[in-house]
Design a protein around this ligand. Structure first.
Ligand code: SF4
Length: 417
């Protein structure tokens, strides 16, 4: 149950937002709101899981998550887009009531207050989840799967957290690594490469590979060790492919020109992403203090623009944690004010041909911001809608970050409309 029982009276409802923005698909508004409020599954919905067929999140403490029930990894909507629900929501003390996935007339549906809103299905398990690497460990340890994408994490710890106060305040990754007693920051690339090779034996399943991980600040120059780690990994994976470039995305710290050129020249990487996260300099410096102290807001943007020169227009994007600019006490206090500042920065970045891969900010257990309140649904819809208008204006191409390959950024879904 929501911690503020009156929350529905304080903001526009799903139906009211859909009515107010008739040019955006209602199913997309629901998708944004599910990511904002989270989901829980009824017993009937869990009984629909076939672990032989479906990808199951079995309550293991992994990556960004803490503990979860046996539940589907995530959902697919009727329009074929993904609804990613495996983020770590705080369902014991939620700001708002989560949506409920239930079974009605033998169909799996999303409901709210008993009203059926949409039919959904569960993600299927890839073949490699049943296989083991040559060291006997399950391959699912080395890579995870979205419906069309393989995800690899190079470093499970983020070294911004080595200095108190420097970790991004919305991010639960490093705190949860500590909480679960994690010691193995990185896995041997040999087993990751074996997993990718095996995964691509499943015909028609995967169309891209995404690599990411926590920041590594060490090296001759800052981030050199992170760069070398990704190059080693990309080279090992790249041996599985004959093409000069493979449909791949790296989400890393912001490399400088020398590092970007090395990355491009020594690997088959196709697209590059570095996450500015917060679209306002002052709020970035408060929320992402490590990024601000070691690189800086303006320099982060400058490196993004430099990446376009190396990887090409359409092959660079930046992640944003949309809504976190309204966190307390250092954030904007008014959604309209936040919107105006965010859009001004968004246009500057998008005008370079860079797509903004914006996540809906959720308050994750383990994060410094875990007990914060997130913005209204209308704020997200209005802002995403304007990102989409700007992306069309500057002819952006999300490619590896689009609704099929990634699916985590609802704003990208609009680019196909
Ligand atoms: S850079 Fe920030 S968002 Fe990324 S892993 Fe580190 S703390 Fe989390």
């Amino acid at each position: 149950m929501a911690r503020d029982l009156e929350w529905r009276k304080k903001e526009l409802s799903l139906d009211e937002v859909i009515a107010k923005y008739p040019d955006v698909p209602p199913i997309w508004v629901l998708k944004v709101d599910v990511q904002r409020r989270g989901v829980v599954y009824t017993k009937a919905a869990k009984d629909k899981i076939d672990p032989e067929i479906h990808q199951v999140n079995q309550g293991t403490i992994a990556g960004f998550r803490t503990t979860q029930d046996y539940a589907p990894e995530s959902l697919i909507l009727r329009d074929g887009s993904y609804l990613i629900t495996n983020f770590d929501f705080d369902n014991t003390n939620p700001q708002r009531d989560p949506y409920v996935v239930d079974v009605v007339d033998d169909k799996i549906v999303i409901t709210d207050q008993g009203k059926v809103l949409e039919e959904v299905s569960y993600w299927e398990k890839p073949d490699f989840y049943n296989k083991k690497a040559s060291n006997g460990e399950p391959m699912s340890k080395y890579a995870t799967a979205r419906p069309q994408r393989i995800d690899i994490s190079m470093c499970h710890w983020c070294h911004f957290w080595d200095t108190p106060g420097e970790g991004c305040k919305y991010c639960p990754m490093a705190p949860n690594f500590k909480k679960r007693g994690g010691t193995e920051e990185r896995y041997d690339v040999k087993y990751i490469a074996e997993t990718v090779k095996e995964a691509f034996k499943q015909k028609g399943r995967f169309s891209s590979i995404m690599l990411t991980g926590g920041s590594i600040l060490s090296g001759k120059e800052i981030l050199d060790d992170e760069l070398d780690g990704y190059i080693e990994l990309l080279q090992a994976i790249g041996e599985n492919f004959k093409a000069d470039r493979i449909p791949s995305q790296l989400i890393s710290s912001a490399f400088n020109e020398r590092q970007l050129e090395k990355l491009y020249n020594e690997t088959k990487l196709l697209t590059y992403t570095t996450d500015i996260e917060v679209l306002n300099k002052e709020r970035f410096e408060w929320i992402c203090a490590g990024k601000a102290n070691h690189i800086g807001y303006e320099e982060w943007k400058r490196r993004l623009y430099a990446a376009v020169d190396v990887f090409g227009r359409g092959n660079v994007s930046s992640g944003v944690v949309l809504g976190v600019e309204l966190a307390k006490p250092g954030g904007f206090t008014d959604e309209e004010d936040a919107y105006n500042h965010v859009i001004e920065q968004a246009e500057e970045i998008i005008s370079h041909g860079i797509t903004l891969a914006a996540n809906v900010w959720r308050t994750s257990p383990g994060a410094i911001f875990q007990n914060q309140d997130t913005p209204s649904l209308e704020y997200f819809i209005k802002t995403y809608r304007q990102f989409d208008i700007l992306s069309h204006k500057y002819d952006c191409n999300p490619y590896t970050d689009d609704y099929r390959r990634c699916g985590a950024h609802p704003g990208m879904d609009l680019l196909r409309v």
